[in-house]
Design a protein around this ligand. Structure first.
Ligand code: ADA
Length: 549
């Protein structure tokens, strides 16, 4: 996994070139960095279709190839042989290749970012479906046995912190193997002897009290390194390092609690989108985003509308920024949810999100299906099946989704937190106060009675640099004025557990949205796509800091 800390000291990564060959029929571009959106090349700025990327690396024996994100479909071949196909621009996936010949190997990835019948979650939308290997790729050398995954679950027992550690260990050989699994965490060393049958995967579970650790929270994002190793015949042959936090999220009546303390959410929706780099946001830009979001006094980010690059989640962990992470989907009508591939593709996005991001202490809620069909019996069955699937993967964190069908909603009784998107003063003349009264009525009467409520989207558009004394629509003044009214009303309401502004930064949208999106961008950012502050930036900072809790 590409992380911002060292994940392996023993397991070796095989170096990959930063520039790969690129081949698109009829296009005169033959090289590209990885990671990178193909749209970064001016000749490909609006390219939709297939592209072949290729590189070589030296290896032998067992190897693991991991892609943190390929947008949106990847056909992966090694030495001319297809090893897998993956759909989903925002999930990590990997391939294990055993007993490779020693020498140079050719890795080929055919990507496809076109809107097509096999990509149920990518449709012309109010964000852009970029193309390319948009997140890091790693190739690792594996020994006879390796650690596939570690999940860490912190919990309190009689006021003491405890941890449940699940390690998935895989025997890559055709012989049975005796190994020792060792986990070191917060000064404690846990060990178990394990017999693995040929090619067996086994889950090893440790339960342990950690009486001296500090809790993880927004004000004290205390992280601990969890170091797991596989020992065979007295030698460490594999390791897996992760960072964890001792945090519990719970719901008490209408309140969301972190470690037993009520929290008021003051957050931003953030698209992974940066000017000429598209969704392949460089780490430097992620770092800048976190610093700007912290500077405005925010304590939360919603990864609208897909799982994020894990390095960004690492930054959120380090800074105590709470994360609402959501599976990929934006505003799917019933016909899109009836797509024959929808359910399996949405479940894959959910699986990759939770399986790979489970340990991040910053994640306090899982989200899904933003503004989708939650107003018909069919839609309700989809939400129900998918929420049950989320809970089967993580039955601790609460689940929510951002709703906008108001008095038509029929799914509020499926979620732990009722979240609503609203744009008073922008899409409707209704005031924020009127909207909040209605929202509570809709929640109370449609299955959400007594549950915590969040305003998951609120905001207004502004074209960066457009200043206007009349506060005309799209001026920075108008955005500042509307956000002021919206935020003050919501944060003054005791019935809501907080607000998530739409949105942190402007982002590119598909050309089909150009009629309603000046510059073919969603301009509701408080900074533009180059992170240049609009008037609203300082106002949000002032309001969030006034409501410091
Ligand atoms: C919706 C949607 C966002 C964005 C927003 C807007 O709430 O969830 O993705 O499209 O509206 O800007 O109108």
């Amino acid at each position: 996994m590409a992380r911002i800390f060292t994940q392996h000291r023993v397991r070796k990564s095989i170096p990959l070139a930063e520039m790969w060959d690129l081949n698109i029929e009829g296009v005169d571009v033959d090289r590209i960095p990885v990671p990178c959106c193909i749209e970064t090349n001016p000749k490909l700025i609006s390219y939709k279709g297939k592209a072949m990327l290729k590189t070589e690396f030296e290896a032998k024996g067992n190897i693991r190839i991991e892609f943190s994100g390929v947008s949106h479909t990847a056909l992966v071949s090694l030495d001319g042989k297809l090893i897998g196909k993956h759909y989903g621009a925002y999930g990590s996936f990997d391939y294990i290749l055993k007993e490779q010949e020693s020498g140079s190997h050719e890795l080929q990835v055919e990507i496809d970012n076109s809107f097509n019948e096999e990509a149920s979650l990518n449709r012309p939308n109010d964000y852009y479906s970029y193309g390319g290997i948009t997140r890091p790729v790693v190739v690792e050398k594996l020994d006879a046995v390796y650690i596939r995954q570690i999940h860490f679950l912190p919990y309190k027992k009689e006021q003491k912190w405890c941890g449940n550690i699940k390690a998935a260990i895989v025997n890559l050989t055709k012989q049975s193997q005796v190994t020792t699994v060792e986990v070191e965490l917060a000064g404690q060393i846990l060990q178990k002897e394990v017999l693995l049958q040929p090619e067996e995967e086994k889950e090893i579970v440790f339960e342990q009290e950690f009486p001296t650790v500090e809790a993880y929270g927004p004000k004290n994002p205390k992280l601990y390194m969890l170091n797991a190793t596989i020992i065979m015949k007295g030698k460490i042959i594999d390791d897996y390092i992760d960072r964890i936090g001792f945090k519990e999220v719970s719901i008490e009546g209408q309140d969301i609690l972190i470690n037993g303390e009520k929290i008021i959410i003051k957050g931003f929706n953030r698209h992974e989108d940066y000017a000429d780099y598209g969704c392949a946001v460089p780490l430097q830009a992620m770092y800048l985003d976190i610093e700007l979001i912290k500077n405005m006094g925010a304590n939360c980010i919603r990864t609208s509308h897909y799982p994020n690059d894990e390095r960004f989640l690492d930054l959120c962990d380090e800074n105590g920024i709470l994360v609402w992470e959501e599976a990929h989907a934006r505003s799917l009508p019933e016909e899109a949810m009836r797509h024959p591939l929808f359910m399996e593709q949405e479940k894959l996005s959910i699986y990759e999100m939770i399986e790979n991001h489970y340990n991040h202490p910053s994640i306090f809620v899982w989200g899904l299906l933003n503004e989708s069909c939650d107003y018909t019996e069919f839609g309700r069955q989809c939400y129900k099946e998918l929420i049950e699937y989320i809970k089967s993967l993580d039955n601790i964190r609460p689940v929510t989704y951002a709703a906008c069908n108001y008095d038509q909603e029929v799914c509020f009784n499926l979620v732990d937190i009722v979240s609503l998107n609203m744009y008073p003063g922008w899409y409707t003349d209704k005031t924020t106060e009127e909207f909040l009264v209605d929202a509570v009525r809709w929640a109370e009467s449609q299955g959400g009675a007594g549950k915590p409520m969040l305003v998951s989207e609120v905001g207004a558009g502004a074209i960066y640099g457009f200043r206007d004394r009349t506060h005309a629509k799209w001026s920075e003044e108008r955005q500042e004025e509307l956000l002021t009214q919206q935020l003050e009303s919501i944060l003054d309401s005791s019935r809501f557990s907080g607000v998530i502004i739409w949105q942190f930064c402007d982002c590119r949208v598909d050309t089909e949205w150009a009629n309603v999106r000046p510059k073919t961008q969603n301009n509701k950012g408080v900074v533009d796509c180059y992170r240049r502050e609009k008037l609203a930036y300082r106002k949000v900072k002032e309001i969030f800091e006034q409501h410091e809790k």
